[in-house]
Design a protein around this ligand. Structure first.
Ligand code: ZN
Length: 169
């Protein structure tokens, strides 16, 4: 009697498996098709771009405008072409959210010396580390929504001369 029940149970499991797996296959196929159709127009969004930005002992970036495509993954390489030390002529790249009060942001940055002048702030979209002469650093981030953003060096006293527009289009 026990053996018969096991057999019956096995048959029940088998039959339910075969019928449900057929349904699953159909569901999977239609899901795959749907995903493929949606993914195609979004494919250009995976574009990767590299931006080379230089800074120097004259407290200058070599670019005042940086253009990147909307939806791209941006790798920004920052190089310090000068000779002065980080503590004297340190540079970084800090990309700020639209509408950021830059003088107010910079005053919080000055107070964050122990963190290389990167304050805790929701205004920061992306930033590199702080570098001195002869050094380089990089950061990779997703381009924000299309529009014009500001980038600065947050080292004390630098943002007036070291700033530019980061344009996502
Ligand atoms: Zn600087």
């Amino acid at each position: 009697m026990k053996k018969l029940m096991i057999t019956l149970a096995a048959v029940a499991v088998l039959s339910s498996c075969s019928s449900s797996s057929e349904e699953n296959t159909e569901t999977l196929e239609s899901t795959e098709n749907a995903v493929a159709e949606v993914a195609e127009p979004a494919a250009p969004a995976k574009q990767e771009v590299t931006v080379e930005l230089e800074s120097n002992d004259m407290m200058k970036f070599n670019k005042t405008e940086i253009f990147v495509p909307a939806g791209s993954t941006v790798t920004l390489n920052l190089t310090h072409t000068g000779k002065m030390e980080k503590a004297v002529m340190g540079h970084n790249f800090v990309l700020l959210a639209k509408g950021t009060d830059i003088p107010a942001f910079v005053s919080t940055a000055i107070a964050a010396k122990e963190n290389d002048y990167i304050p805790e702030s929701d205004a920061i979209i992306a930033h590199t580390g702080l570098i001195g002469g002869g050094e380089s650093t990089s950061v990779t981030f997703e381009a924000p929504a299309p529009g014009t953003y500001q980038f600065i060096c947050s080292f004390p006293g630098h943002y007036g001369a070291m700033k530019g527009e980061f344009i996502v289009e």
